[in-house]
Design a protein around this ligand. Sequence first.
Ligand SMILES: N[C@@H](CCC(=O)N[C@@H](CS)C(=O)NCC(=O)O)C(=O)O
Length: 217
Amino acid sequence: MTLALYGHPFSSYTWKALIPLYANSAAFEFREVGPDHPQHAKFVKQAHPAGKFPVLVDGDTTMIEATSIVEHLALHHPGPAPLIPADPAQAAVTRMLDRVFDNYVMGSMQRVVNAYIANKETPDPEEIAAGKDGLLRVYRWLETWLEANTLPPHVSLVTCAAAPSLFYADWVERIPGDCPRVAALRAEVLALPAVARCVDDARPYRAWFPPGAPDRD
Ligand SMILES: N[C@@H](CCC(=O)N[C@@H](CS)C(=O)NCC(=O)O)C(=O)O
């Protein structure tokens, strides 16, 4: 049965679904959502209540929301990457960290990006300050958490959430020097083959990054 993923190579949440597919060498068809494939955008619009991607189609099953897609892949397409720890207590921690990366790293980064999308020349300074402040707060929370705890082994749901969110968040607000564990985590996940593949596939689109992409990574 064909596995198909709708998304875009530059989209952070698409990376979140691509990373487990790559890490477990799953055979799938990538259906790019963009002007060259209006039928893909049309499908996504009807598949997701807000028309967002990624969307995974697995035979008769359609999965939306990146976290749920990772959970689906863990259950139905297992491979060497553990994705969700077998131990229920570790799985609960994994899901907690997934929420932290989505809601506070991705969410704060997106707030700044959205301010530039709304007005590229004069983005709302209050929105930018709020997004950057949110990033500094979550970096410090993560630093404290990492000091006292150990992450589940890669590639887990945490890897899938951390890699795209920390990649783009650091472009918006650099991880400060007093958060060395967070900076090390970003470097560690970007070096994983499944993540490096996403970074490389997204390279041609860097000029699209609304606040402007830095000349690194
Ligand atoms: N909560 C969703 C967020 C997905 C999301 O924000 N996707 C963005 C791309 S990274 C999107 O579809 N943007 C286009 C749109 O909103 O029309 C998830 O976890 O999958």
